[in-house]
Design a protein around this ligand. Structure first.
Ligand code: CA
Length: 229
């Protein structure tokens, strides 16, 4: 059974999400504050975390940053307030895989969570166990581990799938729409900024500091491409 941790201080929303996730066969854990959420994540190691931005005490951004330092393999969906400029939402830079704007349709959140779950749980379905090697990068599709020059990189499930897709298709330009379809799932109806945020974060992790865009090139007006050797 897939485990979801809901970190939300508003009891009514938390309870509502609990019912909805349970109907879709998730095992639900609730936390009413960021502190409680972090400690429950450490103990329970959920597959997915639904994380509200506005929390008393430490906020969702700080929770996201803390979780990412310790648990890079869990999926994180942030709940953001309406009107929040997505470009300024630091939590996404901190490592969220996706976000949903309040008020939201619970079915949409469930679909996003299921799509993310596929990225998180891909490991179990992998039949291919041969390493993918590209330049300094080695991807082990079975353990979902990536290293660059023999140093292990700590990638989120979404960053991992983006990198794998690029390395499997060197030189191919992907539009933001295609990336949304392939990585986030066909039923995704969100905007493209989540793609840019995740690419930006992936670049910080994989590019050499003084050679930005050496591996992931921006295709102007369209999307991104892995530079061919
Ligand atoms: Ca809240």
């Amino acid at each position: 059974m897939h485990k979801v941790l809901i970190i939300e201080d508003e009891e009514s929303i938390r309870g509502f999400l609990n019912i909805n996730f349970k109907m879709h066969n998730f095992l639900v854990i609730e936390a009413g504050s960021g502190e409680e959420g972090i400690s429950k994540a450490r103990i329970e190691h959920p597959d997915i975390v639904i994380l509200d931005v506005m929390l008393p005490g430490i906020d969702g951004f700080q929770v996201c940053e803390t979780l990412r330092k310790e648990l890079s393999d869990i999926g994180i969906i942030m709940l953001t307030a309406k009107g929040q400029d997505i470009d300024k939402i630091q939590g996404l830079e901190m490592g969220a895989d996706d976000y949903v704007v309040k008020p939201f349709n619970p079915m949409e959140l469930i679909l996003r969570a299921k799509s993310l779950l596929r990225r998180v749980r891909d490991k179990a379905d992998q039949v291919q166990s041969e390493n993918l090697i590209y330049g300094p990068f080695v991807i082990d599709p079975y353990s979902l581990k990536v290293s660059k020059n023999n140093v292990e990189l700590s990638l989120t499930p979404t960053e991992f799938h983006l990198l794998k897709l690029f390395i499997e298709n060197p030189g191919r330009a992907f539009s933001r729409n295609e990336l949304l379809d392939i990585v986030w799932g066909n039923d995704f109806v969100g905007d493209h900024k989540i793609v840019d945020v995740n690419i930006r974060r992936l670049r910080v992790k994989i590019e050499d500091k003084d050679s930005d865009g050496l591996f992931i090139e921006t295709v102007w007006g369209t999307g991104y491409r892995w530079r061919k050797e």
